[in-house]
Write a protein that binds this ligand. Structure first.
Ligand SMILES: [Zn+2]
Length: 124
């Protein structure tokens, strides 16, 4: 994978994560700002960005949800899992192609046994 491709993937994953958090926020929180996030979800999105920015496995892994390394701290991991569980399926409505691709890659990683037992840590 070239550096360019890695960066493209990073940007793509960031987009997916932001979209899902935005959907969750829209349906759960009222005090949203112009960017579509409330303070809590903005924090979560910023945290996800930071993790993606520092991810050393961007070239090998498919998405964070299909990665055996869980680099999120427990508190944030719990939050992002809740958000993904809610927003993941709904992404199919809004961005079917993006979501299907994501789901396929996650499924493929699981099939290859890269996720460990029973897909622990799986988000979407
Ligand atoms: Zn929110």
């Amino acid at each position: 994978m070239t550096k360019e491709e890695v960066e493209k993937k990073r940007a793509q994953e960031r987009q997916v994560v932001h979209e899902i958090i935005a959907v969750y926020c829209r349906h759960h929180h009222n005090d949203r700002g112009e960017d579509g996030f409330c303070a809590e979800c903005r924090d979560l999105a910023a945290y996800a960005d930071l993790r993606l920015e520092r991810c050393p496995r961007m070239a090998e892994k498919t998405f964070c949800s299909a990665c055996p390394i869980h680099c999120y701290k427990p508190e944030m991991r719990e939050k992002i899992r809740t958000v993904m569980r809610y927003g993941g399926p709904r992404m199919l409505l809004y961005h079917p192609m993006m979501t299907l691709r994501h789901m396929f890659l996650t499924w493929k990683a699981e099939k290859n046994g890269k996720l460990g037992k029973t897909g622990q840590g799986r988000t979407v």
